[in-house]
Design a protein around this ligand. Structure first.
Ligand code: GLP
Length: 243
């Protein structure tokens, strides 16, 4: 694992954007696995800036997102579809037909999960997967549990995740209770993984993921087993790691 220490959120965003940019420049027709949440917002801003300067071309890029809330239509401002359009897709020259997310409105979990795994297979797998991290060490929406989830699956969100994500909704009651998420096996199949983490409130989860035992109780700990992981975290997030 390569750990890159950033000074603060802005620095983390810049360093992460450098890595995504390098991927797109070196392989213009790459498949990016993308993530949502507050952490990547600054990084997406930097990617849009670079696109506007003419330094980045998304014309041949394909994207597959990690997860989507079940039950939210695309036009809902809290859907991850809406998030991706309002933070990246609408501002760069990506082909919308080459951007993929789970369909939150498919009520049949088995059919949707199978469809999404097939989407990932059909684009040739993920070259670089971006991940944020939840306070409980979740990646995508893979919540702590007794075993690692394998493929794309329907998740019951944990109370702590609902609590953390309610800031984006009118109230906690409005946060969907379920989501579709790539599984751990799906994530681990990516050729490269980039994890971005910011803030002291993530320090414990990050320490446990990087240096604790590999256990489904801390889903991020599985990343220790992946051959090509880069962590970009700010000083606050790394404050519990002895580096
Ligand atoms: C959400 C997303 C994750 C994200 C995490 C952290 O639940 N499903 O993909 O990494 O929570 O979010 P944030 O960056 O807002 O702290």
């Amino acid at each position: 694992m390569k750990i890159i220490k950033a000074k603060d959120y802005q620095d983390m965003s810049r360093k992460a954007a450098n890595i995504i940019s390098a991927q797109v420049i070196l392989k213009p027709d790459c498949v990016l696995g993308l993530a949502t949440g507050s952490t990547p917002i600054g990084m997406y801003e930097k990617l849009v800036e670079r696109y506007n300067k003419g330094d980045l071309d998304f014309g041949d890029v394909t994207t597959v997102n990690l997860d989507e809330y079940k039950g939210l239509p695309k036009e809902d401002e809290q859907s991850y579809y809406y998030f991706m359009h309002s933070h990246l897709f609408d501002y760069v020259n990506i082909n919308p037909d080459r951007t993929f997310l789970p369909d939150g409105m498919n009520e049949d979990p088995d059919a949707e999960c199978e469809r999404y795994e097939e989407v990932i297979r059909s684009v040739g797998g993920v070259d670089l997967q971006l991940l944020g991290m939840g306070h409980n060490g979740h990646i995508g929406f893979n919540e702590p549990g007794e075993e690692f989830a394998k493929g794309t699956h329907c998740v019951d969100l944990q109370p702590r995740t609902i609590e953390a994500n309610k800031r984006f909704f009118a109230s906690a009651e409005d946060v969907p209770r379920q989501a579709y998420s790539m599984g751990i096996q799906t994530i681990m199949k990516a050729k490269k993984i980039l994890v971005i983490v910011s803030g002291e409130d993530k320090a414990e989860a990050l320490k446990n993921s990087l240096f604790g035992p590999v256990t489904p109780h801390v889903p991020g700990s599985i990343l220790q087993m992946h051959p090509d992981v880069t962590i970009v975290a700010d000083e606050a997030a790394l404050s519990k790691c002895n580096l």
